[in-house]
Design a protein around this ligand. Structure first.
Ligand code: BDP
Length: 723
C-alpha cells in the first residue's frame, strides 16, 4: 500500500510537476518532456509500442515504472504492458532466469563477461515480431539497461538496430555523504542533508526514491550516508533502525548502504577502556556490533574510516598501524561480505614533513598488509581536492593493495554553489595520468579498475554535492558533476565532452545550438577556475576554514599546513613550493619517468610549475613573459573567461526554460564578481613580494589589498562545527 502511494507520489512529482511549476531542476537529468522533433518522434513510436516482462520483482517493477513514465512523457504513448509478445515494437525486459523468451534467444555467450551489473540492449526478432531486448545476468543490470535505453530516447539516438553491451569497469561506485546526524552537511552547499533522521524510520520522504532513481540511472551502487568525521551514535540501535529503512528503499535500485565508522565507538558507546584494535575485548565489540548491523541491514556494504587524521581517533592512538585498524574491522565484516574503505587522507601536525608526502610515507610501507576485503581510499591528489593537483603518488605505488579513488563532487575549493565549474575534466586529468608504475601506459584509471595490478576488488568514491535544495545540488549545473561522476565510475574511459553532451541533452535541450553553447561553457569552466583562483600550480590559498574566496595572506594558524603561506612560499625572490631534490623531494615519490617530466624548472609543464618549484619572478615562461607577468595574465584570463561564459549564456535566452535561464544568469554574475575578487586580491597580494607593476593593458584593481584582507564570512555555508 505504502509503496503504491509512494509510486503515485513520484509519478506526480515527475509527470505533473513540470506543468504546474517552473522547471526548477528537481527532475535532474531524468526529464521526460515530449520530443518535439516530429521525425524522431515518429521513428521512435514505430519502434516502441509495448513492454513485456514475464516475471516481476521489486527491481523489475521499478524498471517498468520508469520505462512507462519515460514513454508516456517522451513519446506520449501508453505502452501495452503484458507478459507475452503480441506487438512489433515490444521492449522485452528480463534476465534469462526471469524470462523464458530471453532464455530462448541465443545470447548466453553475449552475456558472459558482463558480470552481475552489465547489460545488453539488442534489436531481435522474437515470436515473429521485431523487438528491443533489454537483458542482463542479474536484475540490477536490467535496471541499468533500462535507464540506458531511456537515455537513448532522451538524447535522440537511433534505436532501429540496437546492439549495445555495457558493463561497469569499477565494482563499487559510491557516493560519500559528509552528512551529520543534525542534518548539517560538511562542505555541503545545497541545503541540509536529505536524510531526515528525526522522522526516520517511519516517514520515508519521496525524495529518497528519487535519489535512488537518479543514482541507478548513472550506475551508482553504494552510498555512505554519514560523514567521515563520524559520530558513533550512528551505530546505536536507534539509528540502525533508521539506516535500515533507507537501505530498504535503496535495495531494489541496486544501491547498498555503508556507514562511516568512528574508531573510538567502543569507548564512546560502551565505555570500554580502550579502542586498541589488537585488544580482544575491542575486537569482540566490533564483531558483535557488525553482526548486529547485519540483523538490521542484511546486505550492509561496510565502513569508510577516517582515522588519525584531523583529530579523528584511530589505531595510532594505541601505537598500532592503519593496517591493524583496518584489518580488525575487515575481519568482522568478512563473514558478511562487507568491505572496509580505509582513507589515506592523513597528515600530522607533529611531523615536520611536506604535507603532500605524508600519506605516501604512512601507507606505502603497509602495501600487502591489508586483508583482502580492504581498499585504501586515496584522494585524487596529495593535498586536498584543489582546483588542480598532480595525481596522488600512492597510485601505482601499492601494487599489492586495491586502491580506491576518492573524488570530491561537492565544490569545496571550486566555487561552492555560486560558481559553474564542470568537474569531469578534473576527474579525467587524474584518471588519464600515467603513473609509469609498470612502464608507459600505467594510467591511474588502470590502477583503479584493477587491471594494472590484478585486483578484483575495485572502487571509486565521490564526496556528494547533494542536499535538500529543490534542485538537489545548489547550482543548477552542479548536477552535471554528480552525473559525470557516476558515468566515469561506470567507465573511466568516457570523455568529458561526451558526458557533458549527454547531460545537456537530457537536462536542457537537444537543440544543437543549445547543446553546443552549454557544453562549451562547461568545458571551459574548470580551467577558468584554475586561472582565477590558483594558476600555474598554486594551491590551497583559499579563505581560512570555510575555503570561500581568496586568502593567500592566511598565516599564524594552529598548524602551519592550515595556512596559505605554507603552500605558496612567496618571497621577494619568487614563488612556489620546491618539491624537487633541492626542496622537500615530494617528486621523489613518483616513478622516475614522472620525475623526469617535472624535475627541470625549464621543462616542467606550466600548469604544475609552482606545485613543484619555487620559481624566480623573472623566470622566462613559454609565452616569453616573466613569471610575474604570466601570473597576472592568467588571473585576468580566468576572469575574462567567466565574462565570456556570461555572454555565451545570455545568447541562450528564450532557447532554454526561463526559470533556469535566470538562475544561471544571476549565478554567473556572482561568479564574475568572485573571479574578479580572486584576481584582484591575489595579484595585489603577490605584488607585495614581486614588487613589480601589473603589466600594461591589464585592468588595475579598484580596491586595496587591505580591503580584501578584512573581508569576513562568518556564516559561509558548509563549515565544520569544530572549525
Ligand atoms: C577536507 C575538508 C574537511 C574534511 C577533510 C576530509 O576541508 O572538511 O573533513 O577534507 O576529507 O577537504 O576528511
Amino acid at each position: 500500500m505504502i509503496l503504491k502511494y509512494l509510486r503515485t507520489t513520484i509519478f506526480f512529482l515527475f509527470t505533473f510537476a513540470p506543468c504546474a511549476f517552473a522547471e526548477d531542476g528537481y527532475r535532474l537529468w531524468l526529464r521526460y518532456d515530449r520530443i518535439e522533433d516530429q521525425l524522431i518522434l515518429k521513428e521512435y513510436k514505430k519502434n516502441v509500442q509495448a513492454v513485456t516482462f514475464e516475471r516481476k520483482s521489486p527491481t523489475f517493477q521499478i524498471a517498468e515504472d520508469e520505462l512507462v513514465l519515460a514513454l508516456n512523457g517522451l513519446l506520449g504513448i501508453n505502452p501495452v504492458l503484458s507478459n507475452s509478445i503480441r506487438h512489433t515494437g515490444t521492449i522485452l525486459i528480463g534476465t534469462p532466469d526471469s524470462s523464458p523468451l530471453i532464455a530462448g534467444l541465443n545470447i548466453m555467450d553475449k552475456l558472459t563477461g558482463l558480470g552481475t551489473e552489465g547489460f545488453l540492449i539488442l534489436t531481435a526478432t522474437v515470436s515473429g515480431k521485431k523487438c528491443i531486448i533489454i537483458t542482463a545476468n542479474k536484475e540490477a543490470g536490467v535496471l541499468y539497461g533500462t535507464f540506458y535505453f531511456i537515455r537513448l530516447l532522451q538524447t535522440h539516438q537511433p534505436i532501429q538496430n540496437l546492439s549495445i553491451a555495457s558493463a561497469p569497469k569499477i565494482q563499487h561506485r559510491i557516493l560519500n555523504h559528509w552528512d551529520n546526524l543534525d542534518r548539517t552537511v560538511e562542505r555541503g552547499y545545497a541545503g541540509f542533508s536529505l536524510w531526515d533522521w528525526h522522522k526516520l524510520p517511519d516517514y520515508l520522504d519521496p525524495r529518497y526514491y528519487d535519489y535512488a532513481r537518479a543514482n541507478a540511472s548513472i550506475g551508482i551502487n553504494g552510498t555512505v550516508i554519514t560523514s567521515v568525521n563520524a559520530n558513533a551514535q550512528a551505530l546505536t540501535p536507534a539509528y540502525l533502525e533508521k539506516v535500515a529503512a533507507l537501505a530498504d528503499v535503496f535495495r531494489p535500485y541496486g544501491i547498498k548502504v555503508y556507514l562511516a565508522a568512528r574508531f573510538s565507538a567502543p569507548v564512546e558507546l560502551d565505555k570500554l577502556p580502550t579502542a586498541d584494535p589488537l585488544d580482544p575485548a575491542v575486537r569482540d565489540w566490533w564483531k558483535n556490533k557488525i553482526d548486529e548491523i547485519y540483523t538490521y541491514v542484511p546486505d550492509f556494504g561496510g565502513f569508510v574510516v577516517k582515522a588519525n587524521s584531523e583529530g579523528q581517533p584511530g589505531p595510532q592512538n594505541y601505537k598500532r598501524s592503519h593496517a591493524d585498524g583496518a584489518n580488525m574491522l575487515a575481519d568482522a565484516l568478512a563473514p558478511h561480505h562487507g568491505i572496509v574503505m580505509w582513507r589515506a587522507f592523513v597528515y600530522d601536525n607533529e611531523v615536520p614533513e611536506d604535507r603532500s608526502k605524508q600519506a605516501y610515507n604512512e601507507f606505502k610501507p603497509l602495501d600487502g598488509k591489508f586483508d583482502p576485503n580492504v581498499m585504501v581510499q586515496v584522494k585524487n591528489g596529495p593535498i586536498d581536492f584543489q582546483p588542480r593537483e598532480p595525481f596522488h603518488p600512492l597510485f601505482g605505488a601499492m601494487p599489492k593493495t586495491p586502491l580506491m579513488m576518492e573524488f570530491q563532487i561537492t565544490q569545496e575549493y571550486l566555487g561552492q554553489a555560486t560558481q559553474l565549474v564542470y568537474l569531469a575534466p578534473l576527474f579525467k586529468e587524474c584518471l588519464d595520468a600515467d603513473t609509469y608504475a609498470e612502464g608507459k601506459g600505467s594510467y591511474v584509471s588502470k590502477v583503479i579498475d584493477g587491471t594494472l595490478e590484478n585486483h578484483k576488488l575495485t572502487g571509486m568514491a565521490g564526496v556528494a554535492n547533494i542536499g535538500n535544495d529543490r534542485n538537489w545540488c545548489g547550482h543548477p549545473v552542479a548536477q552535471s558533476n554528480w552525473y559525470a561522476y557516476g558515468r566515469l565510475a561506470w567507465d573511466p574511459e568516457l570523455a568529458s565532452d561526451a558526458i557533458a553532451t549527454e547531460w545537456v541533452r537530457q537536462t536542457f535541450s537537444n537543440r544543437p545550438d543549445v547543446v553546443k553553447t552549454i557544453r562549451a561553457i562547461m568545458m571551459a569552466s574548470r580551467e577558468a577556475a584554475v586561472d582565477y583562483m590558483t594558476p600555474l600550480g598554486l594551491h590551497h590559498i583559499m579563505g581560512y576554514s570555510h575555503h570561500y574566496g581568496p586568502g593567500p595572506w592566511i598565516t599564524d594558524k594552529p598548524r602551519a599546513d592550515w595556512t596559505s603561506v605554507y603552500y605558496h612560499q612567496a618571497n621577494s625572490e619568487g614563488i612556489g613550493f620546491e618539491r624537487t631534490t633541492t626542496g622537500s623531494n615530494a617528486l621523489g615519490q613518483y616513478a622516475p619517468e614522472v620525475q623526469a617530466i617535472y624535475a627541470d624548472v625549464d621543462k616542467c609543464p606550466e600548469e604544475y610549475l609552482l606545485w613543484f618549484h619555487h620559481v624566480s619572478w623573472d623566470h622566462r615562461m613559454k609565452s616569453g613573459r616573466s613569471l610575474w607577468d604570466e601570473l597576472c595574465y592568467r588571473y585576468h584570463e580566468g576572469a575574462d573567461t567567466v565574462a565570456w561564459m556570461q555572454r555565451s549564456w545570455d545568447a541562450l535566452e528564450g532557447k532554454v526554460d526561463a526559470y533556469r535561464f535566470q538562475q544561471i544568469k544571476s549565478l554567473l554574475g556572482i561568479q564574475y564578481k568572485e573571479a574578479v575578487w580572486w584576481r584582484n586580491a591575489c595579484v595585489l597580494y603577490f605584488q607585495t613580494f614581486s614588487g613589480k607593476e601589473i603589466p600594461v593593458g591589464l585592468e588595475k584593481p579598484d580596491k586595496t589589498l587591505a580591503y580584501y584582507e578584512q573581508l569576513q564570512f562568518r556564516y559561509a555555508p558548509g563549515i565544520r562545527p569544530r572549525w
